[in-house]
Design a protein around this ligand. Structure first.
Ligand SMILES: [Zn+2]
Length: 413
C-alpha cells in the first residue's frame, strides 16, 4: 500500500496508446487487434525461459509494484464494450502454446483448482496449520476471513485458499518494504511471486480501526485476488485486471474501501486519497449492484459494466476509470504518455453520477445546493493531508456540471 507518490514502470504507460486505440476502434477491429496483441504478448512472454516467464509474470501480478526494470510480460487489456467483449475478456484466456493462462473472472475457479469453493472453516484451518503465519498474525487473518465471508458470503476465495497454505507475513524495515515494492512511498506490500506480505516492523494491531489494521487488511485482499497456480504444466495467473491502467488504481481504491468496511472504519484514511474519494461515490451509487463479492468473483470488466448500467450510458466507464488513473498517476509525478487534455469528462461523470442519486425532480435549489456541497466535500476529502493539492478538483470546476444536472432535473429557484 502506498501513501505517497509512487513509481510504476514507465513501460506500462506505453500501453496506453494501445488502450486508447482499442477503445476507439470498432468492435470487430478491436477484438481482432486485442487478440493479436494478446498472442504477440504471450509470444514474448513464453519465448523466455520457463523460470523467467513465471517469475516475471508473477511479479507483475503484485499489485503494488514490479520489482525490476524489465517486463517481458505486458498484457493487453480488453474493454468491456459489449456483451461479446465482456464474455471474451472474462473467460479465461490461454496462450497458444498452452503454457500460461490468464484468469480474470472467477467463473472457472472450481474447474481450475479441481475443488469446490472453500468454506470459512477450511480457510481458518489453513491459517492454523500455516507455520509461516506467526501466532501474532493468526487471529487477525482468521478474523479477516470470517468478517469477509459474513459481509460477502458468496465470495469465491479459491485463489486465497491457494495462497493461504504458504502465505507469509513478515515484519521488516521501511527500507526493505520500499525496496521490495520499488517505491519510496510504500508502507506495505504483497509480493505474489513470494506469496509474502511485507509490513512495517512497527505495525500495531491493537486497534482494529487503525491505519495499521487498514494496511494489513488491504494487503490480505491483494492475496485474496492475485495468485498463480500450476496444473498439468499450465500456469494459471489470477487477477482483477491486466497490469495496465485503468485496472490497477481502481483496484487499489476498491480494496482500500473494502478494508475500511472490514475494519469498521468510518472516516476515510489517507491512502489513495483521490481514487478513494471517487470510489466512495461510485460504490455508494452502485449500492447492492457492486460488492466485495463482485470484486473477488469477477474482473474490472464487471465493474465497468455495472457503472455503465447505472449511468445508462454505453461504454463511458472505461474512459472514466482511465482518466481517474491518469489523474492520480500524473499527480504522483508519473510520466503519462498521451494523457487526457483535461479531466472535464471525469468531473462531469462523477457529478452526474452523484446527482443521479441525490438530486430529485423539482427539488428546491436550496436543497440542491446542499447536494452540491456534499459532492464537493466527498471529492476533496483529506486534501489537507496531501503534499500537493489536486488543482483540477475544485467547486468551481464542478459547478458547471452540477448546474447542467439541476437544469435537467428541473431544480426550481
Ligand atoms: Zn495495494
Amino acid at each position: 500500500m502506498k501513501k505517497h507518490p509512487l513509481f510504476f514502470k514507465i513501460l506500462i504507460f506505453l500501453l496506453l496508446l494501445l488502450v486508447i486505440g482499442m477503445i476507439r476502434s470498432s468492435h470487430k477491429a478491436k477484438q481482432e487487434k486485442a487478440a493479436a496483441s494478446y498472442r504477440a504478448q504471450m509470444q514474448v512472454s513464453t519465448d523466455t525461459t520457463a523460470t523467467k516467464e513465471a517469475t516475471v509474470s508473477e511479479e507483475t501480478l503484485s499489485s503494488e509494484a514490479s520489482q525490476n526494470g524489465e517486463s517481458d510480460f505486458s498484457a493487453f487489456y480488453a474493454p468491456s464494450n459489449d456483451p461479446s467483449d465482456y464474455q471474451w475478456a472474462n473467460d479465461y484466456e490461454r496462450s497458444e502454446d498452452g503454457t500460461a493462462c490468464y484468469v480474470l473472472d472467477g467463473g472457472q475457479n472450481t474447474t481450475i483448482f479441481g475443488k469446490p469453493v472453500p468454506t470459512c472453516e477450511e480457510l481458518v484451518t489453513l491459517v492454523d496449520t500455516n507455520s509461516a503465519i506467526t501466532d501474532e498474525f493468526k487471529p487477525f487473518v482468521k478474523n479477516y476471513i470470517q468478517t469477509w465471508l459474513e459481509l460477502w458470503p458468496e465470495s469465491d476465495l479459491s485463489v486465497f485458499r491457494q495462497n493461504l497454505s504458504t502465505l507469509c507475513i513478515d515484519r521488516v524495515s521501511a527500507k526493505t518494504i520500499q525496496e521490495k515494492a520499488g517505491s519510496s512511498g510504500t508502507v506495505a506490500c504483497y509480493i505474489n511471486s513470494e506469496n509474502r506480505i511485507y509490513v512495517s516492523e512497527d505495525l500495531e494491531l491493537s486497534d482494529p480501526a487503525s491505519d495499521d489494521c487498514i494496511v494489513l487488511t488491504h494487503e490480505l485482499t491483494h492475496a485474496v485476488r492475485n495468485g498463480a497456480f500450476t496444473k498439468d504444466a499450465v500456469r494459471y495467473l489470477f487477477r482483477f485486471s491486466y497490469n495496465t491502467m485503468p485496472g490497477q488504481i481502481p483496484e487499489e481504491a476498491l480494496i482500500t474501501l473494502f478494508a475500511h468496511t472490514l475494519q469498521g472504519r468510518m472516516d476515510p484514511a489517507g491512502f489513495y486519497t483521490v481514487p478513494c474519494n471517487f470510489f466512495r461515490i461510485i460504490l455508494d451509487c452502485l449500492g447492492d449492484s457492486y460488492s466485495g463479492t463482485d470484486y473477488v468473483n469477477h474482473s474490472v470488466n464487471l465493474l465497468a459494466d455495472r457503472m455503465d448500467a447505472y449511468m445508462g450510458e454505453d461504454h463511458t466507464s472505461w474512459e472514466i476509470l482511465w482518466q481517474l488513473s491518469c489523474l492520480y498517476e500524473s499527480h504522483n509525478g508519473e510520466t503519462i504518455d498521451n494523457p487526457p487534455a483535461d479531466y472535464d469528462l471525469l468531473l462531469s461523470y462523477i457529478t452526474r453520477m452523484y446527482c443521479k442519486k441525490y438530486l430529485s425532480d423539482g427539488m428546491p435549489s436550496s436543497e440542491a445546493e446542499e447536494v452540491f456541497h456534499a459532492l464537493c466535500n466527498e471529492l476533496t476529502t483529506n486534501f489537507d493531508r496531501l503534499i500537493t493539492p489536486y488543482d483540477e478538483i475544485t467547486p468551481e470546476a464542478l459547478r458547471p456540471y452540477f448546474e447542467a444536472c439541476c437544469k435537467k432535473m428541473g431544480v426550481s429557484d
